[in-house]
Structures are given as structure tokens and as C-alpha cells.
Design a protein around this ligand. Structure first.
Ligand SMILES: *Cc1c(COP(=O)(O)O)cnc(C)c1O
Length: 456
């Protein structure tokens, strides 16, 4: 590889043909999701009102590789393969012997990795004659991704957007409209769940939990409508492995292999996407590659939560999932990385952490914004506030390498751009952002509510 190479590009015919299903290779299988009423493992029929059967089968599949349908691969070609960059200017600025690579998922139509699963989910819904998909969105990334995916397959799309984001992010909303979806502030008067909340608290800012309840309520009431989730579930994580599979090919071309793979973690999908294909090598060859998930210090389920059964949503509509959690009623502070403000971590990432196969670290938001600004000024990309968490950890690793005087190869996932998050940057420049230190009471109150839930 020439000393001045900045990015490693693949051609369209090098897009991987299969997603990787880590369930086939995990040393310990995950515990089953439980029905909250019967406490028995949920079966495919329990999930059928919400999800198309093609996705339910992927959720429990033990097949190591799942073929990507041609129609999905064709749509992936709009933005895939995504570039793998060598961050030479950042390396120079840090004066580190480490090599830093980043995979850039911000080139997708929605500006983040979310489109990788949105297109797949819309495809399997179309296969089964679904007419409409409902979903929630917080920061707006997922709503944007699903709206363009539904448009591609001629499916109607209703997005329930947390009211405070709906009001604060008019351009996200306009983007969802541009891609052809309907977007409603949540809580809305369109559902019983929404009307109940509005009656008791007309000025509520809303929450992801409420928006999920509204989207689910609409899906279960109409047999031609399904619901879609943008993270957490096994099939969602599997669709994202296209990221890491491309990285494997790109790094081979560069003649390199990472010592550490880093990604931010909200529910776990972009972390899984980049790290699971590398974990396959760890399982197979015993390589001691480290995979580090980065969470915000204000929502530290991996580093301070407990591994136990909990609901995936605040309202308690979902099955009970075995995961690291702070409790489904944990209310994270209003930090700017909206995509990382989720109380639990996906079942797959949780089991891997419990088994010591991945690592986790929690970072404060000021360090992350500072890292994002260093990155913008050296590499020329303004990253999403969520992605800044990965950048900050990569910088930490590079500085350790400098201190130790050792070279190492760092790979991180630049999961999205921040072009629609500039208010957050402005708030940072205006000195309005703060770090958050949780009290013991804040950390434990959500967990206390889980007493009596089935044990792991
Ligand atoms: C949604 C989102 C996240 C968090 O979700 P994961 O499932 O953990 O990936 C992180 N970054 C961006 C840019 C997002 O849109």
C-alpha cells in the first residue's frame, strides 16, 4: 500500500453476498426471550402480529451466513461499499505510532448505518404483502432510514417522532417527508396510548418508550401493517454485519489487521456490525483482537447496569430480554447523543460482554465533542454526536500507544455524519453542554423495579 493512500475503496461487485450470523459461533448461546405473562420462551407466533415471518426466522436462525437477497444488494449499491479511511492527518496530529482506520457509514442516504437494516426489513415486509410499516424515532436517524427504504419498495411508512425532537429538529422531519413517510409528533392523538398520555400531561416532551407504544399499537390493529425496530434485535444486528465484512476485505487489501475495533453503542447494532465479523476470527483462530463498545457516561448500562431480564420498551409491551440494563424506566439525561440514550443493550452484545469476549467503556460528552472537533479539523468530517464516542475512544487508544511507544492498528466505526446535529455543536461552542455524574440513587432506582422479574 502506498504511503500516501487515504482510503480503500471496493467496487460494487465486491459487496459481500452474505450477512454474518454470530449466533452460530458463540461459545455460550443467548438465553431465550420470555413472554411477560407466562414467563415461557416466546415462539414465532407470539411475534407474528408485529414482524414479517422472514425476519422472525432470522431472529432465531443458527445458520452461520445468511444470503443477502439480490434486490437488497442492488439497493445497497446506492452507497455501498462504503469507504475505509486511514486517518493519517489525525495520526499526525496525535503524533502516535498507532495506525488508525475508520469505516465511514455516513455516506448512506440517511447519513448513518441504519439504512443497512432498513432496506432489508422493508424487503422482507414487501415479500409478505405488508402495506404499511410503523416505527418510532428519537434523534431521527432511524425514521429517515426506514422512510427511504419503504419508498424503494412502495410501502407506506408512519414515523412517530419523540415530540421534543420533532420540535427541535425540523430538518430531520423535512428529510423524512422528502423520502415520502408520514411523521407525527409523539405522543399523538392517533392512538389510545398517545391520547392517554396527552390527557394527563398535555405538555409532555414525549419519550422513545411512548413512541414505541404508539407504533406498536398501530401495527397490531391492522393485519397489513407491521412494526420495525432500528436496533437491539438479532436480525437487525445481523444486517449490519455488512459493515465488518467489507472492512475485512478492505484491510486485507491494505495488508493490515486491527488490534482493536471500536464503536459507539446505543442498542448495539453499529457495534455488532463492525465487530462481529472480527469476532468470528477471534473464535476461530484465537486471535486476541479487542472489541470495545463505547457508551455515554449518562446511560452506562454496560459498565454499571446489571445482566438480567428486562423489557425492551418503557411501556412493557415487548418480551423480557436477557440483557445488561439500567431498568426500562431509567431516564437518561438529555445529552446530545440521542441515539445512545437507551436503557439496555442488545441480547447478543450483552451475552458477549458477560462472557468476557468484548469490552465496554463509558465516556463523558465533553471529551466526545472535543474529540469530534479534533476529528473535523484533521479529517474533514463532522461526525454525529453518537459517532464522536467512537472517535474519542480511538484517540485514547492512540495516545496509549504513543505512551508505550508501540505501534498498533485501531479500527473504528464512523457510524454517521452530524450535518443535521449542528445545534449540538453550537451548544458545545456556547458552553452549554455538561458532563453528567449519576448518583447511586439514579443508577439503582430503575433496577430496583426489576425485583421479581425472572432470574438469568
Ligand atoms: C442509532 C444510532 C446509534 C445507536 O444505535 P446502535 O444500534 O447502537 O448502533 C449510533 N449512532 C448513530 C449515528 C445512530 O444513528
Amino acid at each position: 500500500m502506498s504511503a500516501s493512500l487515504n482510503k480503500i475503496l471496493l467496487s460494487e461487485n465486491e459487496i459481500p453476498t452474505h450477512w454474518y450470523n454470530i449466533q452460530a459461533d458463540m461459545p455460550n448461546p443467548t438465553l431465550p426471550p420470555l413472554h411477560p405473562g407466562t414467563k415461557q420462551p416466546v415462539g414465532p407466533d407470539d411475534l407474528a402480529p408485529l414482524f414479517p415471518m422472514g425476519l422472525i426466522l432470522q431472529e432465531v436462525s443458527q445458520e452461520q451466513f445468511v444470503e443477502i437477497p439480490d434486490e437488497v444488494r442492488d439497493i445497497y449499491k446506492i452507497w455501498r461499499p462504503t469507504p475505509l479511511y486511514r486517518a493519517r492527518r489525525l495520526e499526525k496530529f496525535l503524533d502516535t505510532p498507532a495506525k488508525i482506520y475508520y469505516k465511514y457509514e455516513g455516506v448512506s442516504p440517511s447519513g448513518s448505518h441504519k439504512t443497512n437494516t432498513a432496506v432489508a426489513q422493508a424487503y422482507y415486509s414487501k415479500q409478505e404483502g405488508v402495506k404499511k410499516i410503523t416505527t418510532e424515532t428519537g434523534a431521527g436517524q432511524w425514521g429517515t432510514a426506514l422512510s427511504i427504504a419503504c419508498q424503494m419498495f412502495g410501502i407506506e411508512c408512519d414515523v412517530y417522532m419523540v415530540r421534543i425532537s420533532y420540535d427541535q429538529k425540523p430538518y430531520r422531519r423535512a428529510m423524512i417527508n422528502a423520502f415520502g413517510a408520514n411523521v407525527y409528533p409523539s405522543p399523538s392523538d392517533r392512538t389510545q396510548a398517545g391520547r392517554n398520555i396527552l390527557a394527563s400531561d398535555p405538555d409532555t416532551p414525549g419519550s422513545l418508550g411512548i413512541a414505541i407504544s404508539e407504533a406498536i399499537e398501530c401495527a397490531v390493529q391492522d393485519e397489513h401493517t407491521k412494526y420495525a425496530l432500528g436496533s437491539v434485535l438479532n436480525h437487525v444486528l445481523m444486517h449490519q454485519t455488512i459493515i465488518g465484512e467489507e472492512c475485512l476485505i478492505q484491510l486485507e487489501k491494505a495488508g493490515d489487521f486491527p488490534d482493536v475495533v471500536i464503536a459507539p453503542l446505543g442498542g448495539g447494532s453499529n457495534f455488532a456490525g463492525i465487530s462481529f465479523p472480527f469476532l468470528r476470527h477471534k473464535f476461530k483462530n484465537g486471535s486476541n483482537i479487542r472489541c470495545v463498545a463505547v457508551e455515554p457516561a449518562s446511560c452506562p448500562k454496560l459498565t454499571q447496569g446489571e445482566f438480567r431480564y428486562d423489557f425492551g420498551d418503557s411501556a412493557g409491551y415487548t418480551p423480557l430480554l436477557p440483557m445488561y440494563t439500567l431498568g426500562h424506566n431509567f431516564r437518561p439525561a438529555a445529552i446530545h447523543a440521542g441515539g445512545l440514550r437507551y436503557h439496555g443493550a442488545s441480547v447478543l452484545c450483552s451475552q458477549l460482554l458477560k462472557d468476557g469476549l468484548i469490552e465496554a467503556v463509558a465516556l463523558q460528552q465533553l471529551e466526545c465533542f472535543e474529540a469530534g472537533i479534533t476529528f473535523a479539523r484533521t479529517e474533514g468530517i463532522v461526525a454525529a454526536p453518537e459517532a464522536n464516542h467512537g472517535i474519542a475512544q480511538a484517540i485514547r487508544e492512540a495516545l496509549v500507544a504513543k505512551e508505550e511507544g508501540k505501534s498498533k492498528t485501531i479500527l473504528f466505526n464512523l457510524c454517521g455524519h452530524g450535518h443535521l446535529d449542528m445545534q449540538a455543536y453550537q451548544d458545545y461552542f456556547d458552553g452549554k453542554l455538561q458532563d453528567h455524574y449519576l448518583t447511586k440513587e439514579e443508577l439503582t432506582s430503575g433496577l430496583k423495579e426489576l425485583e421479581g422479574f425472572p432470574s438469568v
